[in-house]
Unconditional design. Structure first.
Length: 539
C-alpha cells in the first residue's frame, strides 16, 4: 500500500485534471510493483495506491497481511493508516525510506518493520508467515542487494490508466559525497546496477502495461558511466526494433555535460528530460556541502548549455540555507536561474535528514531543532524567519508568469543546438502523422486548453494568468516561427505553470513535501518545492 502524497511541485495535482482521461497520479511509485514481484508464487498480491483510489478499510480486514511503505512526505498519512489498521485482525508490516531512517517511530505502530532494502527479507517473511512459523518483529538485510538478481516488477498489477508516467530503476547508489543526501547512507557509494537484459525485460513489461513515458528513478543515472553507456546502446537497438515506444527522463549529475558520447547516446535512446541537482550558484556553498562535481572543470553554465544543446530539457533543484548563505542568496538564486533558462526549477530549504552527514554535523554543533517543521536547524548567517521568508519570496518570483515563460521560451529559442537535436531525433524516429492524427492531436490540445481555462476561472485567475499564457504563446510564435513550441506542448507547459504557480503561493502555509519526482527515497517535509520524483537523491 502506498499512502497519499501531499501536494508538491512534481505531483502536478493541478495538471492531472487538464489531461485527457482520468489520471489519479503523475507517476507510479516503483516500490509497489517491485515488492509484488518479490512475493512467492503462493501469495495473492493486491497493489493499493491511495493516490489513485480510496482505501476501503473494511476490505483490508479480509487480508492476512497489509504492508505499508512510504517516504518522509507521507509520514502523517502513514501514521493515520497504521492507526486505522491497528484494530483489524491482520498482520501489519511497514517499510520503505521513512521507516529506514526513523525506525523508532514505528515500533508501536506495526507488527513487523523492514529496514533498508528488502529483496531478501520480504520474501523470507512471507514464506515464514505462510508456513505458520514465527516471524520477526524487525527485518534488515545483512548485505546490499545484488541488483542483477532483482525480478521484473509486476507492472501488470497496476491500474496503469490512472498514471501518466511509469517508473523504473536501473541502479542504486551514488559515487559522490553530498553532505545533505541520504542516498549514500542507505544505498552506498558504489552504484549497483541491473543488467541490460533485465532492463529490456522491464521495458517490455512497461510497454505491455500501456505506458509510453518512463522515468528512470536512479539517484544518478551516470554513476557508472561505462554500464550506463552499455545500457543505452542496448536501449537504442530495442527502440529501433520496437518503433520507439517509450520516451525517457532521468536524473544525473552535472558532469553529464562533460560527456559528449553519453549525451549522444541518450538522445538516440529517446531521452527527453534530465533532472540535475545544481543547488547553488555559490562555489563556497557547493564546497561546504561537498558538491565537488559542480565546481570541477568549466562553469556550470557551460555544462548545462551542452546538456541542453544535446536536445535534453533540463529540470533542476536548488537549496537555500547553507552555512555560507546570507540573505543575498535569494536574489542570487533568482538571477542565476533566470540566466540559465531552466523553467522547471525547484527550490528547497536545506534539511538535515537522519543518517546523513549533515544531520550528524548539525547535531554535534547543537544546531538541530526539530520543533519547526519548515526550518529544522539554526542557520549561521540569517535567522530562521529570514530563511523561510526569503525562500517564500524566491519561489513566488520564480513562478510569476513572465519569469517562468522567459526561462521557458528564451531557453528554447536561445539554444539552436536544442532545436536541431530535437529535429534530428524526430527524423530518426520517423513517425509520420496522418491528417486524421493531426486533427485528433489538435482537438486534444483544444480540450486541454478548455479544461485549463475552466480551472483558472474557478480560482479567479483567468484574466491574469490566461492573458499571460496568450501573450507568451504569441511571443513564442514570433521568436521561433516555424520552430515554435507546438500548441499542444505549450498548453501542457501552461498547465505545468498553473500547478507550480499554485504551489508557490502555498509553500509557507503547508508542509509541501517533495518525492523525486516521484519515487524510494525519503524527502523531508520542509524541502519545499523540491520533489525527487519517485526515488532519488540529488546528483
Amino acid at each position: 500500500m502506498n499512502p497519499r502524497f501531499r501536494p508538491s511541485v512534481w505531483s502536478r495535482d493541478e495538471v492531472l485534471p487538464v489531461l485527457p482521461g482520468k489520471k489519479g497520479s503523475w507517476i507510479v511509485t516503483g516500490s509497489l510493483p517491485a515488492l509484488a514481484a518479490l512475493a512467492p508464487d503462493h501469495c495473492d498480491v493486491v497493489l493499493l495506491d491511495e493516490n489513485v483510489e480510496d482505501l476501503d478499510f473494511e476490505r483490508l480486514g479480509a487480508f492476512d497481511i497489509v504492508g505499508v511503505t512510504g517516504m518522509i512526505v507521507q509520514r502523517d498519512r502513514m501514521f493515520e493508516i497504521l492507526e486505522r489498521l491497528r484494530d483489524l485482525p491482520i498482520t501489519v508490516a511497514a517499510g520503505g525510506p521513512y521507516v529506514s531512517v526513523s525506525e523508532a517511530e514505528f515500533v508501536d505502530r506495526c507488527d513487523v518493520r523492514f529496514i533498508g532494502e528488502a529483496e531478501e527479507t520480504w520474501p523470507r517473511f512471507l514464506t515464514a508467515f505462510a508456513r505458520g512459523e514465527p516471524v520477526q518483529k524487525r527485518y534488515e538485510q545483512d548485505a546490499k542487494t545484488d541488483m542483477e538478481t532483482v525480478p521484473t516488477p509486476r507492472y501488470d498489477l497496476l491500474k496503469s490508466g490512472s498514471y501518466v508516467v511509469a517508473s523504473l530503476q536501473f541502479s542504486r547508489g551514488c559515487p559522490f559525497l553530498c553532505e545533505f543526501c541520504d542516498i549514500i547512507t542507505i544505498f552506498g557509494r558504489r552504484p549497483r546496477l541491473k543488467s541490460p537484459a533485465q532492463m529490456i525485460r522491464e521495458f517490455d513489461a512497461i510497454v505491455k502495461a500501456g505506458f509510453r513515458t518512463c522515468f528512470l528513478v536512479d539517484d544518478n543515472f551516470i554513476g557508472n558511466k561505462v554500464k550506463a553507456k552499455e545500457l543505452l546502446r542496448g536501449l537504442i537497438d530495442w527502440q529501433k526494433v520496437n518503433g520507439y515506444p517509450l520516451a525517457f527522463s532521468t536524473e544525473a549529475s552535472i558532469n553529464l555535460g562533460d560527456d559528449a558520447e553519453m549525451l549522444d547516446l541518450m538522445r538516440l535512446a529517446n531521452f527527453r528530460q534530465v533532472f540535475v541537482g545544481i543547488e547553488s550558484p555559490r562555489a563556497k556553498s557547493l564546497m561546504e556541502t561537498r558538491k565537488i562535481q559542480n565546481v570541477r572543470g568549466d562553469s556550470m553554465i557551460d555544462k548545462l548549455q551542452r546538456i541542453r544543446d544535446s536536445g535534453l530539457v533540463i529540470q533542476a533543484g536548488f537549496i537555500v540555507g547553507f552555512d555560507s548563505d546570507d540573505e543575498a542568496i535569494f536574489d542570487e538564486q533568482f538571477e542565476f536561474i533566470q540566466q540559465i533558462g531552466i523553467a522547471q526549477a525547484s527550490v528547497a530549504i536545506l534539511c538535515p535528514i537522519p543518517t546523513t552527514p549533515l544531520y550528524g554535523r548539525l547535531k554535534m554543533e547543537g544546531r538541530l531543532d526539530l520543533s519547526d517543521p519548515y526550518v529544522s536547524f539554526r542557520p549561521k548567517k540569517m535567522t530562521r524567519e529570514a530563511l523561510r521568508a526569503g525562500y517564500d519570496r524566491l519561489v513566488q518570483r520564480l513562478y510569476e508568469p513572465d519569469a517562468y515563460f522567459s526561462r521557458l521560451v528564451d531557453g528554447y529559442f536561445g539554444s539552436p543546438g536544442f532545436r536541431k537535436s530535437r529535429a534530428t531525433l524526430a527524423t530518426l524516429i520517423g513517425r509520420k502523422r496522418s491528417g486524421v492524427t493531426r486533427i485528433a492531436e489538435l482537438a486534444g490540445a483544444i480540450l486541454m486548453a478548455a479544461r485549463l481555462f475552466r480551472a483558472l476561472l474557478a480560482k479567479r485567475s483567468a484574466m491574469s494568468l490566461g492573458g499571460a499564457y496568450v501573450r507568451h504563446w504569441r511571443r513564442n510564435r514570433r521568436l521561433c516561427g516555424r520552430e515554435a513550441i507546438p500548441f499542444a506542448s505549450f498548453v501542457l507547459l501552461c498547465a505545468d505553470h498553473w500547478h507550480f504557480y499554485t504551489i508557490s503561493r502555498t509553500s509557507s502555509k503547508i508542509e509541501i513535501g517533495t518525492s523525486r519526482p516521484e519515487t524510494l527515497r525519503p524527502i523531508p517535509a520542509n524541502e519545499g518545492l523540491y520533489l525527487d520524483k519517485t526515488a532519488g537523491g540529488r546528483a
